[in-house]
Ligand binder design. Sequence first.
Ligand code: TMP
Ligand code: ASP
Length: 253
Amino acid sequence: MARRKKIYEGKAKTLYEGPEPGTIVQYFKDDATAFNAEKKDVIEGKGVLNNLLSEYFMLGLTNIGVPNHFLKRLNMREQLVRSCEIIPLEVIVRNYAAGSMSKRLGIEEGTQLPRPIVEYCYKDDKLGDPLVTEEHIAAFGWASQQDMDDILSLALRVNDFLSGVMYGVGIRLVDFKIEVGRVFEGDYQRLVVADEISPDSCRLWDIETGQKLDKDVFRRDLGSLTDAYTEVAKRLGVMPKTSTPASKPTLIN
Ligand code: TMP
Ligand code: ASP
């Protein structure tokens, strides 16, 4: 196969030019980073799990009519997506206080919020993705008022969908982050959910035990990240109940 053109290498994924114009191949790496890459490791199998889980969530969104960039999974580590222009915002939805919100506002982790709260961070690693308001977004032209209405609606629809899916398998969706991209169709543009939806970008707690099943396991050294993500994948039926992510060939006797 001809060598593909690399478009971008991020912390957890590499993007290559896709086979058709307007398409991109997303390759999920095993690299895990936290605290703006101050903490780093390679977690064998993470990329495979996130590829499968992101496919599952994006297909679910497609099924309920929430536009997103996903086209199809290509193999265990790669998926084909529509190329889009990423709006430089991390859109965070919180149902329960945790992480930076708990720290910032002094609210105990796990406190249920009176309603879902949407926050925006400016996507810039050098600045550590700072929290911004809609005033900043409008003044600096990162998104228009119409875009912001669409982004809010997408974020809340993703929240309802993901909360329900996770609740169905005994997991609380504490919070999550999405990225939104612009897709151009002639003169017309529409916004779609882009990037990935996986335990890297969500907080997921077991409803019964409170056990963390997301990237906080890595951020806070709480045990095996692969085990946590595998548990999520198994509960959702995304992988066979007995298998572990195949990253190396297994010898069959
Ligand atoms: P936070 O509490 O650290 O602000 O994180 C809120 C949510 O956003 C949480 O589900 C983790 C996710 N997130 C990312 O996906 N990428 C990031 O860079 C950060 C800081 C958080
Ligand atoms: N994604 C960020 C990093 O890679 C932060 C995080 O997820 O905690 O450093």
